[in-house]
Design a protein around this ligand. Sequence first.
Ligand code: PMP
Length: 306
Amino acid sequence: MADRDGVIWMDGEMVPWREAKTHVLTHTLHYGLGCFEGVRAYSTANGPAIFRLKEHTDRLFRSAHILNMKMPFSKDEINEAQRAAVRENNLDEAYLRPMVFLGSEGMGLRADNLKVHVMVAAWSWPSYMSPEAKEVGIKVRTSSYTRHHVNITMCKAKANGNYINSMLALNEAIASGCEEALLLDNEGYVAEGSGENIFILRDGVLHTPELTSCLEGITRQTILDFARELGIPVKERRITRDEVYIADEAFFTGTAAEVLPIRELDGRVIGEGKRGPVTEKLQAMYFDAVKGKLPEHAGWLTPTNG
Ligand code: PMP
């Protein structure tokens, strides 16, 4: 990743990709206190456009606020940085990574007066899973790792350190021949994937865990918006893992994973064992929306040119 052409926005200016470096005593590298976003830009008839940029930037600022990190830039500046990162790297479609981190002015948990840095990188990252996975779905296992408790770390913040838990779960799932992990909360209810929210469909009703220990996903919100438009009833509530086993359909949502069917959990085939019709409809709407093909949702797209 580090050795490539291009530019990265760092603290207000574009720097050559290979020179976008930090010191080994960077505080966030040691203790994980930082926050970030995962954002995507898609190719549309009006050129590349960032999907739900405002919502991502708002969440980044909320994360920083929760972690008590004072943002040194305005939301407008961070939005412009993201548009510029796509434009100046000549990308048609892109994954964007804004991150807020603490500098190397001091070490130790008590260090204060640490500078808050912000960076934005953008690169081409076409599919998070294999392209077939979008149709056939993925195999998932319930993790032996519990998702964060709301009073152990801050679940509304997309904090760097929170992802230790995600990576332990994901690595375990992959090592056991699955493609993703399903994490339960500390009371044993379904929380989310390592980097995705989860939905199940049963008897025509969509269910998704309420926002306690799972992240307030922007794709989750997009699916809730679509469900409302399509007249599909939705219940945000506690879900048990065996409810996922007996669901008619199940899918993950996330900026990286997009809308991803789940065909199996813990060796139990879900529904027909492939992408179900409601998942297919919501997935198609999602891809239409991000590519600017739903005029009623044109407002979700921010062109990066001009
Ligand atoms: N949960 C976790 C833990 C995540 O990392 C993500 C990805 N940001 C999501 C859910 C989905 O959020 P979004 O739809 O905003 O990408």
